[in-house]
Design a binder for this molecule. Structure first.
Ligand code: ADE
Length: 230
């Protein structure tokens, strides 16, 4: 999977993409990421990318030209991956549809995606009208830019790429997979500070263990019903 990210702050991505599962996905060539600083596409002599909103409103708006130019560059660069398909540009915004594991699964199957990280008040609406194909929010709160949401989504896509997780079972039993939350896990020692691992897990009775795990998943799901869309 190839993912391109249009951002004014490419350095923000350095650390999150160079650890753990995302790092492994990149090393195993299951995921390739390119960060495009769209300030470089500004025609302005000061490389300005934002301006005051027409009609007056607080805050600055990202100008359309650098974003349109950067997308033209990517359309040419990714010609073969696009195969005459529409350029898939996802804009991260609190106004978008709320991200879920279901959307993660859908997106993880794509060969190519581009993310646009906004900043300041918003992007010029013409970008959203004529370039953006999907708008995604990671939750009902406002962040200062689309970089963190993009990283969160990239992480969720990296771990769904085939051959990235060592034990694919662990992805299947994750929370939201099959619309329920995952249950509790315990490891050694059997007792710590007087806190004991539930007897059933040490019983060796697989049927009973399975039933217990199922009931715990149900209990966890019920507990947060309403807080999650499950
Ligand atoms: N940009 C700012 N806040 C956001 C959010 N909650 N989700 C996606 N993009 C954002």
């Amino acid at each position: 999977m190839q993912i391109d990210v249009l951002t004014l702050f490419p350095e923000m991505f350095d650390s999150p993409l160079s650890h753990s599962i995302v790092k492994r996905a990149i090393e195993r060539k299951k995921l390739s990421l390119e960060l495009i600083d769209f300030r470089e596409f500004s025609q302005d002599k000061h490389k300005q990318v934002d301006d005051y909103p027409f009609g007056g409103a607080p805050g600055m708006v990202l100008k359309p030209e650098p974003i349109f130019e950067a997308v033209d560059f990517l359309k040419e660069k990714r010609k073969e991956l696009l195969e005459k398909c529409e350029f898939p540009l996802i804009y991260l915004t609190p106004q978008g549809e709320t991200y879920t594991q279901q959307i993660a699964e859908e997106l993880s199957k794509k060969k190519y995606l581009a993310f646009l990280c906004g900043h300041y008040k918003d992007v010029d609406y013409r970008v959203r009208e004529h370039l953006v194909t999907r708008e995604i929010s990671i939750g009902n709160y406002v962040l200062s830019g689309g970089e963190l949401p993009a990283m969160i989504i990239i992480d969720s896509l990296a771990r769904l790429q085939e051959g990235v997780l060592t034990n694919i079972e662990s992805a299947y039993s994750d929370s939201f997979q099959g619309n329920t939350l995952d249950g509790p896990y315990y490891t050694r020692p059997r007792e710590y500070r007087g806190y004991k691992v539930p007897d059933v897990l040490l019983s060796g009775n697989h049927k009973m263990i399975e039933e217990w795990q199922k009931s715990k998943r149900k209990e966890f799901t019920e507990k947060v019903k309403g807080a999650h869309d499950v």
